[in-house]
Design a protein around this ligand. Sequence first.
Ligand code: SAH
Length: 345
Amino acid sequence: MKKDIRSMTFDELKKEMQEIGEKPFRAKQIYEWLHVKLSDSFDEMTNLSKTLRERLADAYEILPVQMEERQVSKLDGTNKFLFRLFDGNMVESVLMKYKHGNSVCISSQAGCRMGCAFCASTIGGLQRNLTASEMLGQVYQIQKITGERVSNVVVMGTGEPLDNYDNFLRFVRLLTDENGLNISQRNVTVSTCGIVPGIRKLAEEKLQITLALSLHGSTQEKRRKLMPVANKYELSEVLSACDGYFEKTGRRVTFEYSLVHGVNDTEEDIRELTAILRPRKCHLNLIPVNPVRERDFVRPSRENALNFKNKLEKSGINVTIRREMGSDIDGACGQLRRRYVKNGI
Ligand code: SAH
């Protein structure tokens, strides 16, 4: 088995080079090829001797993240990508262009085992975890293909990042490393369905990344109906883990709430949400649910969503409705991949 070289930290790479009898500065050169020049082949590393390049190719691999499909929105320039991994698994990533910079949304797993009722990514279950290299590869490829500098990264694509904790953490450290792409930790957001031990552990890592918690229900009972993970971790525990994250890192937590018509968009939900969120320094992001072919959830009308937002705002909640990007290209999150999985391509 070849070693996954793009998942190695700079210190690990230095040690590797030492072990194979190479000078330490080789590690610096290779690291720069991988994480600054975003190279995906040893052949490109022209300041290394041919012999060393061959030695590297024999012992190590740069896991491929190969573009299979790209869709570009005519409305707002959003790009959706479908990438093929070494074993044929497919993952989706998205590039969104905002005034404040370019944001990339990446997947952390091929598939997902969390089973949220409205989500397309979980329908075929979990195939496997992505390595740090495969998460980085999505960002690097998008920067290379589009020529656009990526300034923000959100881990909100397919998969539950805290169900793939070690690889995810390694990814964040490499992505924000000053010797690599050097993306500011404050520009990285991780979204979780609420894996309490993962949130607690992340709070201890001394990172400045933003935590986004998928709330979607205003009580334990309502949340449990939409998110099976709530059977394992009660809403009260999840909220207390989020409070811990804020206390330890000073970073305000974002709560995500997919608005589903007739399910979680009632007056009662407004009251319950206010009770949960008002005492907390946090932000609430409302996402009118994206219809998924295999599911029959309906989003509220624009007017109802605005009404829901305005009432929460009046009761003192810091709230926004997520701007919809790329609505003219392939459906909701996870659906580009679903199309491939279903057709068995
Ligand atoms: N597993 C992580 C991250 C992936 S999903 C998590 O659960 O947070 C990113 C966000 O999109 C989550 O808040 C998720 O609940 C939401 N989401 C999934 N499917 C959706 C849909 N059809 N419409 C609106 N939001 C959806």
